[in-house]
Design a protein around this ligand. Structure first.
Ligand code: PMP
Length: 354
């Protein structure tokens, strides 16, 4: 039996995508070769790459608006540095909302001056700061749309006269937004898009080419764009599986369809956290993430019983990150609402037992 997979990442993928990608491992396109053993320069794979790139732009409503999509390697962590290498000339503003924002700041600081426009560090990042200014003479502004560890999410984005760069690793393709407000979006695949191994970068071309630095080729977005996201060997399997997930998402009604589903799952989860006296939510209510719900069990004595019940119900991946403790229910796009119902049932059963 398939488990209810609440893992924070790498995480659940649509079952249909798992089936199709495993078929392609055995025989891709009925061609007698595995997806793992074909050239990335073959027509069959170039078609996959082009489809993945165009689906990414289409789902975000960015086609024909001067954006390019790239599937790179090195994870979102490489983007912490790559963003700065390509865009940072003098000074940039960063919103610090958690561990990943802090890491992005740390890497960019190695190149030049970074100013933290605001931070919620003093409250262990349990909320999103809202009052801050972004100086219009900075090179760019960087934020993290969803804080995977702390379970907070930006519900709206600041008006920004300079390019806005956003790490969307843990809520990419989960909701409708005006994506044209961003100059650059990046996201590791391994939560809402595919297996670990590729990172999506969507960049508005006209923000590039403005720094005086001599950027190493592999770190240069322009080089990757000029080479059709094939400057070097791309992670073929991860790109193929991401393409399948993006097709799945499109058939589901795109971002509107998935947003409705994600809202239903989040509402169900948070109403149980709020109504059940045994549990307490970690994040400020107005900033709660629709992807990662963080909560604690108030009575430590019930921990063992709760965890045994979770196991019996086939619920997996619920442990919170060590910096928050407690539990974290990651409800990415591919998690069926039935899994949330199964979790909520265990939580309310625990209440009736206590
Ligand atoms: N940013 C966010 C918001 C993340 O959740 C993660 C990974 N959990 C990262 C960046 C780092 O991604 P990677 O492991 O792909 O470098």
């Amino acid at each position: 039996m398939k488990k209810h997979n609440f893992s924070a990442g790498p995480s659940i993928l649509p079952q249909e995508v798992i089936m199709k990608s495993s078929e392609a491992v055995l025989d891709f396109n009925n061609d007698g070769l595995s997806i793992l053993e074909i050239s990335h320069r073959s027509k069959a794979f170039i078609d996959v790459m082009e489809k993945a790139r165009s689906l990414a732009l289409e789902l975000m409503g960015l086609e024909g608006k001067g954006y390019k999509a790239l599937f790179l390697q090195g994870g979102a962590s490489t983007q912490f540095l790559m963003v700065a290498m390509n865009l940072l000339e003098k000074r940039a503003g960063y919103l610090n909302t958690g561990t990943w924002s802090s890491k992005a700041i740390k890497e960019a600081k190695k190149l030049d001056d970074i100013y933290e426009v605001a931070s919620s560090k003093e409250a262990n990042f349990n909320y999103i700061p809202k009052e801050y200014d972004i100086p219009s003479d900075y090179d760019y502004f960087h934020c993290t749309s969803n804080n995977t560890i702390f379970g907070t999410q930006l519900k709206s984005f600041p008006k920004c006269e300079i390019p806005m760069v956003c790490d969307m690793s843990s809520d990419i393709f989960s909701r409708q937004l005006d994506y044209s407000q961003f100059g650059l979006i990046y996201a590791g695949a391994q939560k809402n898009m595919g297996p670990a191994g590729t990172t999506l970068v969507v960049v508005k071309e006209d923000i590039l080419g403005k720094v005086s630095r001599n950027i190493p080729s592999i770190m240069d977005y322009k080089v990757h764009i000029e080479n059709g996201s094939m400057f070097n060997t791309p992670p073929v399997f991860a790109v193929y599986t991401s393409m399948l997930t993006l097709e799945w998402l499109k058939n589901l009604g795109g971002l509107k369809g998935i947003e409705d589903l994600n809202e239903k799952k989040a509402r169900l989860m948070y109403s149980e956290i709020d109504l059940n006296p045994l549990f307490k939510g970690f994040a400020a209510k107005e900033d709660r993430s629709f992807m990662n719900a963080t909560f604690t069990l108030e009575n430590e004595n019930l921990k063992e019983t709760f965890e045994t019940m979770l196991k019996e119900a086939g619920i997996s991946g619920l442990n919170g990150h060590r910096s928050v403790g407690g539990y974290r229910a990651s409800m990415y796009n591919a998690l069926p609402i039935e899994s949330v119902k199964a979790l909520v049932e265990v939580m309310s059963e625990l209440e009736s037992k206590a």
